[in-house]
Design a protein around this ligand. Structure first.
Ligand code: C2E
Ligand code: MG
Ligand code: MG
Ligand code: MG
Length: 292
């Protein structure tokens, strides 16, 4: 217990700090146990090819089912996992589980799907990442082309040379890379060329007001046009309405992901969706033929 000395925070403040630290420690302990206790689950959200309306891939999204606290959002516990380093074992589990699921889908005779996995900054920077990815691909007999890793701009900007090297190595192995939340970071566009990137994911915040805010519409159009010129694939996140879908179609966006097509779902439900083989979205042609 800290002794009072000049300059120490007043007692009430210290007490609050203690409460805060205790809650955090508590959450950390719970998170540490969550993995072993089997409280973590991957949901999968379909990514739709806008031309055909078919599922092109799925993004794995982590869920924590706590027996008392209920389902905790990754937005809440990923930052904590990142700070404490717990993201390394958790991220490893995510990568392996997602690849095993992709293998299970293939063994079940479903059409091949790309599987996208989010990587945190710490994971991306860890020594031996490429080796871990290779091991998991070998163990699950997945072809590298079926795996996509999602990273954010800020992850790249931390160590530009190191990141470029890691991306080159992953690319050489055939694993593809998507730049998540694109447009929200501060990366220089000049870097886009230097990094081996396959896909841009237009951030949800631009897509949301695409039909109402001319600035967001212009930005989205510019990102799609830039992606095409750089021969990158482009996907829009957070698509919730068919008006947004139509805008994206008309401006040449390749793929879309969002509640309009499907929420993130447990593996079994995604299996049913894929097995049914129905397009999840109306195609570009049918949309164009419909009145607004
Ligand atoms: P993200 O990678 O940008 O994932 C997209 C988020 O948008 C997901 O939130 C998804 O559920 C949500 N979303 C999808 N469609 C819509 C829509 O139409 N409307 C709205 N409002 N939201 C939509 P989620 O699952 O809560 O994940 C939040 C973030 O947590 C992810 O953002 C990602 O950064 C992180 N995350 C999730 N799973 C993992 C993981 O396995 N590893 C790491 N490192 N981070 C993860
Ligand atoms: Mg993502
Ligand atoms: Mg995103
Ligand atoms: Mg996001």
């Amino acid at each position: 217990r800290a002794r009072q000395h000049p300059g120490a925070p007043p007692q009430f403040f210290a007490a609050e700090m203690n409460l805060w630290t205790r809650e955090r420690l508590d959450l950390e302990t719970r998170l540490r146990r969550a993995l072993e206790a089997g409280q973590l689950e991957l949901y999968y959200q379909p990514q739709i090819d806008l031309k055909s309306g078919q599922i092109a891939g799925v993004e794995a999204l982590l869920r924590w089912h706590h027996p008392q606290l209920g389902t905790i959002s990754p937005a809440e516990f990923i930052p904590l996992a990142e700070e404490t380093g717990l993201i390394l074992p958790i991220g490893d589990w995510v990568l392996r589980t997602a690849c095993e699921q992709a293998r299970a889908w293939r063994l079940a005779g479903l059409p091949p799907l790309r599987i996208a996995v989010n990587l945190s900054a710490l994971q991306f920077a860890q020594a031996g990442l490429v080796q871990r990815v290779e091991e998991i691909l070998a163990d699950t007999e997945l072809s590298p082309g079926e795996l996509e890793l999602e990273i954010t701009e800020s992850v790249l900007m931390r160590d530009i040379e190191g990141a470029a090297q890691t991306l080159r190595t992953l690319h050489a192995r055939g694993v593809s890379i998507a730049l998540d939340d694109f447009g929200t970071g501060y990366s220089s566009l000049a870097y886009l060329k230097r990094f081996q990137i396959d896909r841009l994911k237009i951030d949800r915040s631009f897509v949301r007001d695409i039909c109402a805010d001319p600035d967001d519409a212009a930005l989205t159009q510019a990102i799609v046009a830039m992606a095409r010129n750089l021969h990158l694939s482009v996907i829009a996140e957070g698509v919730e309405t068919s008006t947004q879908q139509r805008f994206l179609c008309e401006h040449g966006c390749d793929e879309a992901q969002g509640y309009l097509f499907s929420h993130p779902l447990p593996a079994a439900e995604v299996t049913e969706l894929i097995a049914a083989g129905h397009p999840l979205a109306r195609t570009q042609e049918t949309l164009a033929a419909e009145p607004f």
